[in-house]
Design a protein. Structure first.
Length: 144
C-alpha cells in the first residue's frame, strides 16, 4: 500500500472541513438548545422553590387564620350560651313568680270558701237536724 502525502492532506482537509461545517450547522445549534434548556430548567426549579415557599407561607397563614377564627367563634358561642342561660334563668324566675302569685290567689280564694263553709256549716247542721226530726215526726207510721 502506498501512502501518498497528498492523499493524507486531502483527507485531513475534508475531515477538518466536515468538522467546521458540522460545528456551524449541528453542534453549535444543539449546544445552544442544551444551554437554553438547562437555563429554563434552572429557572423553573427556582420558580418551583419560590412557589413552594409561598405555599408554605400561605398554609401557615391559613392555619393561623383558622385558629384565630375558631377561637373567636368559640368566644362568641360561649357568650351566646351564657346569654341563653341568663334568659332561660330569667324566664324560669318569672314563671315561678307568676305561679307563686297564682297559687297565693287560689289559696286565698280557697281560704275564703273555707271560711264561708265554716260559717254556714253549723247552720246547715242544725237545719239538717231539724229536717230529720221533722221528717221523723211527720211520717206516718204504719203499725201492723
Amino acid at each position: 500500500m502506498n501512502f501518498s502525502p497528498i492523499l493524507i492532506l486531502i483527507h485531513l482537509a475534508i475531515y477538518l472541513g466536515l468538522i467546521v461545517v458540522l460545528k456551524k450547522l449541528y453542534f453549535d445549534p444543539v449546544l445552544k438548545l442544551l444551554r437554553r434548556r438547562e437555563a429554563l430548567t434552572l429557572g423553573r426549579q427556582q420558580s418551583s422553590v419560590e412557589m413552594l415557599q409561598e405555599i408554605a407561607q400561605l398554609k401557615s397563614r391559613y392555619a393561623h387564620e383558622m385558629e384565630s377564627i375558631k377561637s373567636e367563634l368559640d368566644v362568641q358561642r360561649q357568650r351566646a350560651m351564657k346569654q341563653l342561660q341568663d334568659e332561660a334563668a330569667k324566664a324560669t324566675h318569672d314563671v315561678k313568680r307568676e305561679n307563686k302569685e297564682k297559687f297565693s290567689q287560689h289559696q286565698e280564694a280557697l281560704n275564703e270558701q273555707l271560711e264561708t263553709l265554716r260559717r254556714t256549716l253549723p247552720d246547715l247542721g242544725s237545719k239538717l237536724g231539724d229536717d230529720i226530726i221533722e221528717a221523723i215526726i211527720n211520717t206516718r207510721m204504719v203499725r201492723l
